[in-house]
Write a protein that binds this ligand. Structure first.
Ligand code: ATP
Ligand code: MG
Length: 429
């Protein structure tokens, strides 16, 4: 084929796009219940927004970014994730100001771009639903936001979900732990992967997140960050655990979980699914955590934050594999059958009146015989078929058939044009 979509991208075709709309609408409803409001930020940002926040030793920044210099020689990145841009917007638009109710709670949905090796559930253009809450250090924000993510996934019919949490503590905690980790890893230096060697001194916590099998063996025995938590960090984490328990939310703690983005501290979490979509392996669908230093890192005040990102492609893969039924409305209100060339002006006026009254309506544009038109009406699941032929033209009244009951009536053209709502209501009881 001459033209193909770029590797790692997908066309979302009619039939599939309804599922996306359903997912997006459901998310909007759940976000509304928790009072998150939509924010829309640019699909591309200046390079520094990501190198500063996501971290310049993260996989995302070192390997996965679609970045380029534009015609004005600006270093631009197609956003690989949503948080950095939202934080940039929060700071730039001073959403921390006194006129904004705290915490400021926003959500976003849209495409993200990462230069990755495409495979099932891993695309170069993919979509995330995400939320961010700024301005509160309360562990209740952590817990309610995690609970919201779980509620959303349950609403989508997902079963067998696993919530994994960890804490990265505050700055003091991480400094103490960092040294302990370096001390542990240094004797293994020669065995580490090239990436991990590079990260050992720049950002040793990254080594815990290595995808390299041998690195993973080594870090199994690494010291646990949980042994380095200072008092405040312990208190925060303890409260988070208690609140989760009081809501009856099961969780596991993985002390080696650090997440792929550098901006997190305190609570981090992943929601994983072992759906058959992933061959029974656990795959992360939703991930996030607290990032108390990120706003100031991007030039704002010392405002804390908490958020998550949820991968829509992975969600839809699970829903398909688990055969979760989607309430997709594919019924057509009206199919208008026009018979003969003489009917054309009337069909045009009638169908436009019906659509103008707010009903879905379809007709024939290929001069097909009445029989073929009726067949189409059936295929499109029409509730009502309206027919206009020579006799209807003479009577200035159309034949209307309720396709469920077979009941037929005659309705004047003028009534269709002036008040189709009333006609439809009488016809489809
Ligand atoms: P992974 O370890 O699977 O690479 P990640 O740590 O890079 O995930 P995040 O940056 O936390 O993932 O993104 C949050 C969610 O976005 C993931 O849990 C996943 O559902 C989705 N996601 C991330 N990268 C991709 C991708 N390349 N294609 C499709 N979905 C993705
Ligand atoms: Mg990744």
């Amino acid at each position: 084929m001459a033209y193909q979509r770029p590797k790692g991208t997908a066309d979302i075709l009619p039939g599939e796009s309804e599922k996306w709309q359903y997912v997006e609408q459901t998310a909007r409803d759940v976000f509304k219940a928790y009072q998150f409001k939509e924010i829309r930020t640019p699909m591309f940002e200046n390079f520094d927004v990501f190198s500063r926040s996501v971290g310049d030793t993260s996989d995302i920044v070192t390997k996965e970014m679609y970045d380029f210099f534009d015609k004005g020689d600006r270093h631009i990145v197609l956003r690989p994730e949503g948080t950095a841009g939202v934080v940039r917007a929060y700071v730039e638009n001073k959403l921390y100001g006194p006129e904004h109710q705290k915490p400021v709670k926003v959500y976003y949905m849209g495409p993200m771009f990462r230069y990755e090796r495409p495979q099932s559930g891993r695309m170069r253009e993919f979509h995330q639903l995400g939320v961010e809450a700024f301005g509160s250090e309360s562990p209740a924000i952590d817990v309610e936001t995690i609970a919201m993510a779980l509620q959303l996934l349950k609403q989508f019919g997902l079963k067998d979900l696993k919530l994994v949490i960890n804490t990265l503590g505050d700055l003091e905690t991480r400094q103490a732990y960092r040294q302990a980790l370096i001390d542990f890893l240094e004797p293994h230096f020669a065995e580490l992967s090239a990436d991990s060697k590079e990260r050992l001194h720049k950002n040793p916590l990254r080594v815990l997140d290595s995808k390299d099998k041998h690195d993973q063996e080594i870090v199994k025995d690494a010291p646990s960050i949980l042994d380095y938590l200072d008092e405040t960090s312990t208190a925060h984490f303890t409260t988070v655990k208690q609140m989760l328990e009081s809501l009856g939310i099961d969780y596991e703690i993985d002390a080696n979980m650090v997440r792929g983005l550098d901006y997190y501290n305190h609570t981090i979490f992943e929601i994983m699914s072992n759906s058959k979509a992933f061959g029974g392996n656990y795959m992360t669908v939703c991930a996030g955590g607290r990032y108390n230093g990120l706003v100031s890192e991007l030039g704002g005040p010392d405002a804390p934050g908490f958020g998550f990102g949820l991968g829509v492609e992975r969600l839809l893969l699970i829903m398909a594999a688990d055969e979760v039924p989607l309430p997709v409305d594919d019924q057509l209100d009206v199919y208008l059958v026009g018979i003969g060339a003489a009917a054309a002006p009337a069909t045009l006026k009638l169908i436009q009146a019906i659509r103008g009254a707010g009903f879905s309506a379809e007709r024939d544009y290929l001069d097909r015989k009445p029989k073929a038109q009726f067949k189409t009406a059936n295929r499109l699941n029409a509730k009502v078929v309206i027919t206009v032929g020579d006799s209807e033209l003479a009577a200035k009244a159309a034949n209307l058939k309720n396709m469920a009951t077979g009941e037929e009536t005659t309705v004047p053209f003028t009534e269709i044009e002036s008040d189709f709502k009333a006609i439809f209501k009488t016809a489809v009881k």
